[in-house]
Design a protein around this ligand. Structure first.
Ligand SMILES: [Zn+2]
Length: 139
C-alpha cells in the first residue's frame, strides 16, 4: 500500500494522498489480480512509479480528468531488466485481467483493473509535436 500511495509530488506539495476505503480496496485488487501474478511470473520486483492519486495530486501532475489513478484502479509501472513493451506483452500473454493497458512513451506501462469493466484495451501513447497521441495496439 505504501508503494501505491507514495508520491514525490505529494510530499513536496504537502498533499495528503491517503486513499479512502473504496480506493484502498481497488488498489488491493489491482495488486492481487494483476501486479502480484505479474511479479510472480517475471521473478523480480515491480517498480510503481505512480499508483493512487487523490484529485488534487492528479491535477498537480496534469493527469487526465477521468484518470483511473484517482479511483485506485491504475498504476504506472516498470520492471528492472525488462522493456516496458515486454512487460505489457507479458500481462497480455499471461491472460491477466485488465481494463486498460497502455505502453506510454516507451518508458512505462499504465495498467488498470476494474472488476466491473474488462475492456482489455491495449494502446500505445506517443508524443507527436508535443501532443499525446494514442494508437491501438502495443508497439
Ligand atoms: Zn497511468
Amino acid at each position: 500500500m505504501a508503494e501505491m500511495v507514495r508520491s514525490n509530488t505529494a510530499t513536496r506539495k504537502e498533499i495528503d494522498n491517503t486513499p479512502n476505503p473504496v480506493a484502498e480496496e481497488n488498489l488491493r485488487n489491482l495488486c492481487k489480480f494483476v501486479l502480484q501474478p505479474l511479479r510472480d511470473h517475471l521473478g523480480v520486483p515491480i517498480r510503481i512509479n505512480s499508483g493512487y492519486r487523490c484529485s488534487e495530486l492528479n491535477e498537480e501532475i496534469g493527469g487526465s480528468k477521468n484518470s483511473q489513478h484517482m479511483e485506485g484502479r491504475a498504476a504506472d509501472i516498470d520492471v528492472p531488466g525488462y522493456t516496458p513493451l515486454e512487460v505489457a506483452n507479458a500481462i497480455v500473454e499471461l491472460g491477466l485481467p485488465f481494463d486498460q493497458l497502455i505502453h506510454e512513451f516507451r518508458s512505462w506501462v499504465h495498467v488498470s483493473y476494474d472488476d466491473d469493466r474488462d475492456r482489455r484495451a491495449q494502446l500505445t501513447a506517443l508524443k507527436v509535436n508535443g501532443k499525446t497521441q494514442y494508437i491501438n495496439g502495443l508497439s
